[in-house]
Design a protein around this ligand. Structure first.
Ligand SMILES: [Zn+2]
Length: 132
């Protein structure tokens, strides 16, 4: 029997260590990263790969405090590619909730996928589950 596998979707911010902050060991968790840890169509595709090919059926979406995607200065926004602009957010908790809803409503995401949302507090090194 294979060990249970997890998939983490989180921000590419260099200050984050996804395995450390989630408490998983190397072989337990797949890690998908982009700016903000947003549930883009591409990120969801990769999450589906982890489920379909590696049986990872518990997915964690982890956004974090002090994320650049939540506080992009106006003069920088215009320099961003459109696809990245769509991933900016104003409300951290709301961004996690939106992403969970987006993943949950994706037509290829089956009901047996366990989906959890978290905020990682960088200052306190604390992971807060907001999906409970
Ligand atoms: Zn970030």
């Amino acid at each position: 029997m294979e060990n249970k596998k997890y998939t983490l979707l989180t921000c590419m911010d260099a200050r984050l260590d996804p395995l450390e902050m989630s408490g998983f060991k190397d072989a337990e968790a797949f890690v998908i990263r982009n700016a903000g840890g947003r549930a883009t169509d591409e990120a969801i595709d990769y999450m589906l790969v982890t489920k379909n090919f590696f049986n990872a059926n518990e997915w964690w979406i982890i956004h974090h405090t002090d994320c650049l995607m939540g506080q992009m200065p106006d003069d920088k926004v215009s320099e961003l590619p459109e696809t990245i602009k769509n991933n900016l957010f104003l409300d951290l908790e709301q961004s996690v909730i939106e992403d969970i809803e987006k993943v949950r409503s994706h037509h290829l995401v089956s009901e047996d996928i366990i989906l959890k949302g978290f905020i990682y507090n960088l200052e306190k090194s604390e992971l807060i589950n907001i999906s409970e």
